[in-house]
Design a protein around this ligand. Structure first.
Ligand SMILES: [Zn+2]
Length: 162
């Protein structure tokens, strides 16, 4: 898998994290910080089809590209591959009597969803992500730069695959 980016993956300071967490809604906090799952078919990103980037709702790190989104009919936004595998943390999750792989933002540690191996070819991966964990950034808009890291954050992301 290609390494797309030169994003600064060092975590937010505790002060930055607290400030960003304080700005979340109750629903966002429940998923991102308390590892909850939103109800299926409630997410506003389900029908989003524009070109762009899906970034972490908390810290703004790009996690998925619109070009890798597909309709899994599960009721959650689903992707076949990450923006950059280094932008995700993969955690073994044995809650609810199941063995699953939890997906977190590799930079801020916020919960995103789970990845399953029943996705479409060629990757056969299904990244099943909560809408409230993500922020859609249209391809014409600059990426968020919530941590003051500078470019490529805060700039429009150009990607040939997207
Ligand atoms: Zn994050």
């Amino acid at each position: 898998m290609s390494q797309r980016s030169t994003f600064d993956l060092s975590p937010p300071t505790p002060q930055q994290f607290d400030a960003l967490a304080a700005a979340l809604t109750a629903d966002e906090r429940k998923v991102l910080l308390d590892h909850g799952t939103e109800s299926p078919f409630c997410g506003v990103l389900l029908t989003e089809k524009r070109a762009g980037v899906y970034a972490c709702r908390l810290c703004g790190l790009p996690l998925f590209l619109a070009g890798n989104k597909f309709d899994s009919r599960t009721g959650w936004p689903s992707f076949t591959t990450p923006f950059d595998e280094h932008h995700l943390a993969y955690i073994r999750d044995t809650s609810y009597g199941m063995v699953r792989t939890e997906i977190r933002c590799a930079r801020c540690g916020s919960h995103q969803g789970h990845v399953f191996d029943d996705g479409p070819p060629p990757t056969h991966q299904r990244y099943c992500i909560n809408s409230v964990s993500l922020e859609f950034v249209a391809s014409t808009d600059p990426l968020p730069d919530r941590l003051g890291r500078g470019a490529p954050e805060g700039a429009v992301w150009h990607d040939a695959d997207n």
